[in-house]
Design a protein around this ligand. Structure first.
Ligand code: GLU
Length: 457
């Protein structure tokens, strides 16, 4: 069977680096197993879900390098969920309940005081048709619970019923269905909670592996029971740990913390985000992976920590620099061109400046310096300005290459007696307007003799 995974966010906000972790775990898993990646939008909460968020999520995924094989939208599948619901009701797998939250809370307290586990006691199963009618006549609407298969003959006589799964990340996991309340699958107003649509989709879409955050571990027992109740074999599950801020707080789509769009806008490279999102909390050192295939070769869900990983955004800057410092011109070319960096010199320019960039867009500033001259030129003392003028007299004739800087500064050293910083710093300031930056040996041929002389202070 073809490995098929899905990434199933609700389109209720922009995705953040924690969501990207889930998406990337799925993508890399599919990549390593020659599988398919289904993008599923869990938009059954019509009020909070928005098309613009779904579009933005797809945009963010593409930017990260994830290209789904198919896109599915739950709100187009209500008919199917209704069909399954009716079948479950008819099969006695879904039963109507009428309790209010307050009534449930009161019962829970009573059970606790009697030292009974605080699970739902299935009282609604005892209602006669007349009692149900009376409740409905009062204006109550039923919500519907899935009767968990945790008993032999009598649902009021539950017995330990273990569900096991071998988690891709966490290893052997066991849940006792008798320790759980029958989950509500359909609310009073007829809307679906996440469980039923998710399981129905996983079955219909041939999902073989469910890889998601460990905030869903507690749902897995119920979901496996539901897969079986619907006559399907449960997929393989993998629950990765969650990312938190360095302060230990969870990330939320709503607060916009560390959103992928925000990171993109601040100039972080997609592979810096992907490398950190995947490798954090793994047995691998977090290093900048230049491509998805390279990241895939370092990806191992089984080697992921089981406790939450703290995420430090400053690490992204470090990874970003590393990626830029090694980025081939072909990869940067289009974006450079959009910044106005193009033409014969573009490649040599890129190779000269990439080692000095925090963000790719910073190349534009260096391009201006190379093409138009330094932005500020008032840093030089009169004495240094005189020295620079003297040095410019000694500029060799063209053609120039990487060696020109050395031969020129050797000649200047000999003629003026200056050396070290006293020699180089005034030249750097005169040529670039800045006290630090790319190697002057690389910049000099880009300026050319004419451009260099034009910087005469
Ligand atoms: N819509 C669910 C979520 O975003 C999907 C969970 C799952 O992957 O099963 O949490």
């Amino acid at each position: 069977m073809t490995v098929t995974v899905r990434f199933a966010p609700s389109p209720t906000g922009r995705i953040h680096i924690g969501n990207a972790r889930t998406a990337l775990f799925n993508w890399l898993f599919a990549m390593k197993n020659g599988g398919r990646f289904v993008q599923r939008f869990d938009d059954t909460d019509i009020a909070r879900s928005k098309q613009e968020y779904a579009d933005a999520i797809l945009y963010d995924l593409h930017w990260l390098g994830i290209f789904p094989d198919a896109t599915e939208i739950q709100s187009r599948r209500f008919g199917r969920y209704d069909e399954v619901t009716e079948w479950m009701k008819a099969a006695g797998l879904l039963y109507a309940c009428y309790e209010t939250q307050e009534e449930l809370e009161l019962r829970r307290k009573i059970r606790l005081s009697r030292k009974l586990p605080p699970v739902y006691g299935r009282e609604a199963l005892k209602l006669t048709p007349e009692e149900r009618e009376a409740l409905e006549a009062e204006g109550r609407k039923p919500h519907w619970r899935f009767l968990l298969p945790n008993f032999k003959h009598d649902p009021f006589d539950t017995e330990r019923t273990e569900i096991h799964w071998n988690d891709l990340v966490r290893g052997e996991e066991t849940v006792d269905l008798a320790s759980l309340s029958d989950p509500v699958l359909v609310r009073e107003d007829g809307t679906y909670l996440y469980t039923l649509p998710s399981v129905v989709d996983d079955i219909d879409m041939g999902i073989t592996h469910i890889i998601r955050g460990d905030d869903h571990v507690t749902n897995t027992g119920v979901q496996i029971a539901l897969f079986r109740a619907l006559g399907a074999e449960a997929p393989i599950f993998g629950h990765h740990n969650m990312l938190t801020t360095s302060g230990g707080e969870g990330l939320s789509k709503r607060t916009g913390a560390l959103s992928i769009s925000g990171l993109r806008e601040s100039g972080i490279e997609p592979m810096a985000v992907a490398s950190l999102a995947v490798l954090i909390g793994s047995s691998e050192n977090v290093a900048a992976m230049p491509s998805m295939s390279e990241l895939a070769s370092h990806f191992d869900p089984a080697a992921t920590s089981k406790s939450a990983s703290k995420f430090d955004p400053d690490e992204l800057i470090v990874l970003n620099r590393t990626l830029l410092h090694k980025m081939p011109f072909e990869q940067a070319q289009d974006r450079l061109s959009a910044l106005g960096v193009s033409g014969d010199q573009a490649e040599a320019f890129w190779l000269a400046v990439r080692g000095n960039l925090d963000k790719l867009a910073d190349a534009a500033g260096w391009w201006r310096i190379v093409r138009q001259g330094p932005e500020q030129t008032d840093e030089l003392s009169e004495q240094d300005a005189e020295f620079v003028r003297e040095a410019l007299e000694l500029l060799p004739e063209e053609p120039w290459d990487r060696e020109t800087w050395k031969s020129w500064t050797n000649a200047v050293k000999e003629a003026t007696g200056r050396k070290g910083k006293a020699l180089f710093m005034p030249l750097r300031l005169a040529l670039t307007g800045l006290a630090s930056g790319p190697e002057l040996a690389d910049l000099l041929p880009l300026l050319g003799r004419e451009g260099t002389l034009a910087r005469r202070p």
